[in-house]
Design a protein around this ligand. Structure first.
Ligand code: SAM
Length: 220
C-alpha cells in the first residue's frame, strides 16, 4: 500500500532524475506511435475491442501518449473499444499512484503538441502540474508486472508495445520475452519495439515486418 505522502514533488523529481532505467517523456518516438496509428489501427479497428499491453510503461507517459493519439484518430469510438493495460516492474512502488493521478510537472509535458495538450490537459490543483482528463486516465489501467516471469498479465492482445526495455535484458531473456509476447498476442496482433531494437533472428519466423521505418511487426 502506498502511503499518502509518498508522492510529492521532491521525490517524484528525484526519482525521474535519479533513475535512468525509468527515463521517458511524453511523445517519445512519435514515429512508432504514428506507425501504430497508420498501419496497425486500421486493421485492429475491425475488432469489437482493441486490447493493448504497454510493457515497461514507466510512469505512464507512453501509454497516455498512445491513448491521446489513438483517441485523436478514432474519436468517440475510442473510449468504447480501446483498453490499454500498462505494466512495469515498478521497483520504486510509485508508478501506480503516478499513473492513476496522471498529473505531471510542466517540464515533462513540453513536447506535447499544443492542440493535443489543450484538448486533454488542464491545470492541476498543485502548482506547476497539469492533469490529464478523466476519459484518457480511465483508458489506461496500471498493473505491476515483471516481464522476466515470462507469464503475461493477460492474453489476446491486439497490440503489444514494449520500448526501451528489452535492451536491459540479455540475449536469452530477450528471446524468451519476445516469445511470450507472441503467445500473448491474438492471431494477427501487432508488436511494436523501439527504432533501434531489431527482432532477433531466432524470433523472425514468429512475426512479419509491417513497414520499413519502424519496428512494427504482425504476428504470424
Ligand atoms: C527506459 S524505461 C522505458 C519507458 C517507455 N517504455 C519508453 O520507451 O519511453 C524502461 C522501463 O522498463 C522497466 N523494466 C525494467 N525491467 C523490467 C522487467 N523485468 N519487467 C517489467 N518492466 C521492467 C523499468 O522499470 C522502466 O520503467
Amino acid at each position: 500500500m502506498i502511503g499518502p505522502n509518498r508522492l510529492n514533488e521532491s521525490n517524484l523529481k528525484g526519482f525521474v532524475k535519479g533513475n535512468n532505467m525509468a527515463f521517458t517523456y511524453f511523445f517519445r518516438d512519435l514515429q512508432t506511435i504514428e506507425a501504430i496509428r497508420d498501419h496497425a489501427l486500421p486493421d485492429l479497428r475491425a475488432r469489437k475491442f482493441i486490447d493493448i499491453w504497454d510493457a515497461g510503461c514507466a510512469m505512464g507517459q507512453e501509454p497516455y501518449s498512445l491513448s491521446m493519439i489513438l483517441n485523436e484518430s478514432m474519436g468517440y469510438m475510442y473510449f468504447r473499444n480501446v483498453r490499454i493495460l500498462a505494466t512495469d516492474i515498478d521497483e520504486s512502488n510509485l508508478f501506480e499512484e503516478i499513473i492513476s493521478k496522471a498529473a505531471y510537472p510542466e517540464e515533462q509535458i513540453q513536447r506535447i503538441p499544443k492542440g493535443i495538450f489543450n484538448k486533454f490537459f488542464s491545470q492541476d490543483d498543485k502548482a506547476g502540474y497539469f492533469k490529464l482528463n478523466e476519459e484518457i486516465r480511465k483508458s489506461v489501467t496500471f498493473q505491476k508486472h515483471n516481464l522476466l516471469t515470462l507469464i503475461p498479465p493477460a492474453k489476446d492482445f491486439g497490440l503489444i508495445l514494449c520500448k526501451n526495455v528489452l535492451l536491459h535484458f540479455n540475449d536469452a531473456e530477450r528471446l524468451k520475452v519476445i516469445s511470450m509476447f507472441h503467445e500473448a498476442l491474438t492471431d494477427g496482433g501487432y508488436l511494436a519495439l523501439e527504432q533501434t531494437q531489431k527482432l532477433p533472428k531466432e524470433a523472425q519466423h514468429l512475426f512479419a515486418p509491417v513497414i520499413s521505418n519502424a519496428q512494427l511487426f504482425k504476428k504470424l
